[in-house]
Ligand binder design. Structure first.
Ligand code: ZN
Length: 597
C-alpha cells in the first residue's frame, strides 16, 4: 500500500478464503523498535468482560523486511517479538473467523464481519500514531462495506483505505462487509445508518428508521438539552439477522447487533408480541452506551488494558444505568406506552427476585467479578450471583425515584447523568482529553447534584444484598407494584431445558422442592410417578397434583438411573405486576409526567 499518512501503522485486510473462513491481514511499520519490535493481540474486547484470547485464531504468522524473512519469537499467548531489523517491517498472518457473535470475527460466502480486536495486531510503542487500514474486497463478489472508521481513500460503503487516530480508535469501529440492506435517517442533524445482514424478506425499514430516530433524538437531548449535539459525527447500527440471535456490543460511533428475524417488522403488517420492542430496547441500550461507558468511563478503563482482566466495582452504573435508560428512552420517545414500560420493569423485578444469589452477592461484587462469574454462568449461577444489569437497573430506578421525590421534582437521575457527561464524558475523545470516574467521585457527584445525602442508601442498595424498597418508592408516583397473588400452583423449583425430546434440569433453585429432594442441575428427568416426562409435558403432569403431595421422580444423572421422593411446594415463581394506581393525586400525576413523558 502506498503510504500517504506520516508516522502510520498500516494494515491490509482481505477476505481471502470464504469457505475456509480466513481473513488475510498484514501490518507494516516504518520504524520498528531497534531492540526488536513487539506485537500483540488483545485478550478481550471492551464491553464484553471475559478473557477470549483472540490470538488463538491466528493461523500462521510471518515477518519480513527488505524482502528478507525476519525471525518472530513468541513471548506469551498473544505476544510476538520480531528480530531487530531495519524498517519497513511487515507482518503477515491469517485469522480464522468463524465466531458468529458481535464480539469477534466471522467470514463466509454470505458476509464478513470483524472487530479490530480480533484481527489487528497492536504495534507496541506505536499505539498513539495514525493507523491506516486498506479493506480489500473478496475476489469476484460485489460487496459493500459498513463501518464508522473515517474514510481516507474510500467511498462511503466502499472498499478502500480507512484511518484511525490511534490503535484505541482503530479497534473501536467494527466492519461489516457483504450485500446488506441499508436504511438511513438523521437524528438532530447527524447521519445514522441501519445495516441488516442476513435474509429478511419484506423488512419494514421505514418503520425501523422512524422509531430509531425518535429514540436517538431523545437520548441526544437528554445529554445535551440545549445544543442537541450528538457525541459522534455519524453512527451505524449494524445488525446480523439469524433465526434466534440476540445481543449487542457498543462502540464509540456504532454498535454490532445480533437479532432474531421474527423480531423485525414486516412491510404492511402491524407488529405484535414483544419481539420488535425487544429489538428497539437493544438498539436503545447500545446507543445509550455511546455516552455511558464509551465516553463516561470507569477510571480503570481509561485507557483499557487489553492484555488482562480489568476489574471495576462500577458495572452496575455502566450496564445497570444503561439498562434502566434503555426502556425509559422507549417510553419517553413514545415508541412504547406507559403500560408497556411498567410491564418491562415488572419483568426485571421478577427476574431479580427469582434467584437466591441476590442475597449472597451485591451488585458491586457482581461488577467486580463479572469476568469469572457473570460472564461464565453455569447451572448454579441463579443461586450464587446477582446480575449487575437487572438489579443495577432497579437501583437506577430507586435512585431516580428517590431524587425526584425528595427534591420535589427539581432534580433527577437525568441531572446526575448530565453532570457525569459534562465532567467526564464530553471531552473524552477530544484533544482536551478526559479521564474516567472513580467509585468515590461518582457517589460524591450523586450527592452534589441531588443536594441529598444518599450515601447510606447507596451502601445498602449497591454493596448490600437486601431487596430494594421499590413498592414504597413507587407509591408517591401513584404506581402500584403489587404483591404476588398467593400462588396455588405446585412446582419443583427448577428451570428446565429441552435436550432433544427430553427434559433436562438447567437450574435447581436453592430451597425449593427439587433441591430439597436431592435433584441437581444437569439431571435428565425420565418419569414422574411412573409416567414418562418429556420436554413438553412436565407442567401438564404436575397440574394433577397439589402443594404438599409427595411424588416419585426418576432421573438420569450421567448414565445412572436415580429415584427421588419429592414433596411439592408452591412454585414460588415471582409474578409481581406494576400498574398505575386508580387514585392518583395531582402531584403524583405531575411527578410521573416529568419522569416518563
Ligand atoms: Zn450494555
Amino acid at each position: 500500500m502506498k503510504q500517504s499518512v506520516k508516522n502510520a501503522v498500516c494494515y491490509t485486510i482481505a477476505p481471502k478464503d470464504l469457505a475456509g473462513h480466513l481473513f488475510e491481514v498484514s501490518v507494516t511499520i516504518d520504524a520498528p523498535a531497534p531492540q526488536g519490535q513487539i506485537f500483540s493481540l488483545p485478550a478481550w474486547i471492551p464491553g464484553s468482560y471475559m478473557i477470549r484470547e483472540f490470538s488463538r485464531n491466528i493461523v500462521q504468522i510471518r515477518a519480513a523486511a527488505a524482502g528478507k524473512k525476519v525471525a518472530l519469537k513468541k513471548l506469551d499467548k498473544h505476544t510476538w517479538q520480531a528480530a531487530p531489523c531495519a524498517g519497513p517491517l511487515r507482518l503477515q498472518y491469517e485469522v480464522y473467523a468463524w465466531d458468529l457473535s458481535v464480539r469477534a470475527a466471522h467470514l463466509d460466502q454470505t458476509h464478513g464481519f470483524f472487530n479490530g480486536t480480533s484481527v489487528f495486531l497492536q504495534a507496541h510503542g506505536h499505539e498513539a500514531e495514525q493507523h491506516v487500514v486498506d479493506i480489500q474486497p473478496p475476489a469476484g463478489l460485489k460487496w459493500g462495506v459498513a463501518t464508522t472508521l473515517p474514510e481516507l481513500k474510500a467511498k462511503r460503503y466502499g472498499f478502500g483505505t480507512y484511518m484511525a487516530a490511534d490503535y484505541d480508535e482503530l479497534i473501536d469501529h467494527p466492519v461489516e462487509m457483504g450485500t446488506f440492506e441499508l436504511g438511513s435517517f438523521k437524528a438532530h442533524g447527524v447521519q445514522h445508518d441501519v445495516v441488516f445482514t442476513g435474509r429478511v424478506p419484506n423488512l419494514d425499514m421505514a418503520r425501523i428508521t422512524a422509531d430509531l430516530q425518535k429514540i436517538c433524538e431523545t437520548q441526544i437531548a437528554l445529554f445535551e438539552p440545549k445544543t442537541k449535539r450528538a457525541p459522534m459525527q455519524r453512527y451505524v447500527f449494524m445488525s446480523m439477522v439469524t433465526a434466534d440471535g440476540y445481543g449487542g456490543l457498543e462502540h464509540r460511533a456504532s454498535t454490532a447487533l445480533m437479532c432474531a428475524r421474527e423480531d423485525l417488522p414486516v412491510k404492511g403488517k402491524p407488529t405484535d408480541g414483544d419481539g420488535y420492542r425487544n429489538f428497539l430496547g437493544l438498539c436503545s441500550h447500545e446507543y445509550f452506551h455511546t455516552w455511558n461507558v464509551k465516553r463516561i468511563k470507569p477510571a480503570v478503563f481509561a485507557p483499557y488494558d487489553l492484555r488482562q482482566e480489568t476489574h471495576t466495582p462500577l458495572l452496575w452504573v455502566f450496564e445497570g444505568f444503561t439498562s434502566y435508560y434503555d426502556d425509559l428512552m422507549l417510553v419517553r420517545s413514545g415508541v412504547i406506552d406507559q403500560a408497556g414500560y411498567f410491564k418491562a420493569i415488572a419483568k426485571t423485578v421478577n427476574m431479580v427476585l427469582r434467584g437466591a444469589g441476590r442475597h449472597k452477592q451485591s451488585i458491586a461484587e457482581s461488577s467486580f467479578d463479572a469476568w469469572t462469574k457473570y460472564y461464565r454462568q453455569d447451572e448454579n449461577s441463579p443461586n450464587a450471583i446477582v446480575s449487575y444489569y437487572t438489579k443495577g437497573s432497579l437501583v437506577a430506578l430507586a435512585l431516580d425515584l428517590t431524587i425526584r421525590a425528595e427534591t420535589r421534582g427539581k432534580k433527577s437521575l437525568d441531572d446526575v447523568m448530565r453532570a457525569l457527561w459534562q465532567r467526564y464524558g464530553r471531552d473524552f475523545y477530544t484533544p482536551k482529553g478526559g479521564r474516567g470516574v472513580t467509585e468515590a467521585e461518582l457517589e460524591a457527584l450523586i450527592d452534589q447534584v441531588s443536594g441529598l445525602k444518599l450515601k447510606s442508601r447507596l451502601e445498602r442498595w449497591v454493596r448490600g444484598t437486601a431487596d430494594l424498597p421499590l413498592v414504597e418508592l413507587l407509591a408517591p408516583f401513584s404506581i402500584e407494584l403489587a404483591e404476588p397473588v398467593k400462588n396455588a400452583k405446585p412446582g419443583l423449583g427448577v428451570r428446565t431445558a429441552r435436550e432433544g425430546n427430553d427434559c433436562k434440569l438447567a437450574t435447581v433453585y436453592e430451597g425449593h422442592a427439587a433441591h430439597k429432594a436431592g435433584l441437581s442441575g444437569g439431571d435428565l428427568l425420565v418419569a414422574l410417578d411412573g409416567l414418562r416426562v418429556t420436554a413438553a409435558n412436565l407442567d401438564k403432569l404436575l397440574e394433577r397434583y397439589r402443594i404438599g403431595d409427595t411424588l416419585t421422580l426418576h432421573a438420569f444423572r450421567r448414565d445412572e438411573l436415580m429415584s427421588f421422593s419429592v414433596k411439592l411446594l408452591s412454585d414460588d415463581v415471582p409474578k409481581w405486576d406494576m400498574k398505575a394506581a386508580a387514585d392518583k393525586s395531582v402531584a403524583a400525576e405531575r411527578g410521573r409526567k416529568a419522569w416518563l413523558a
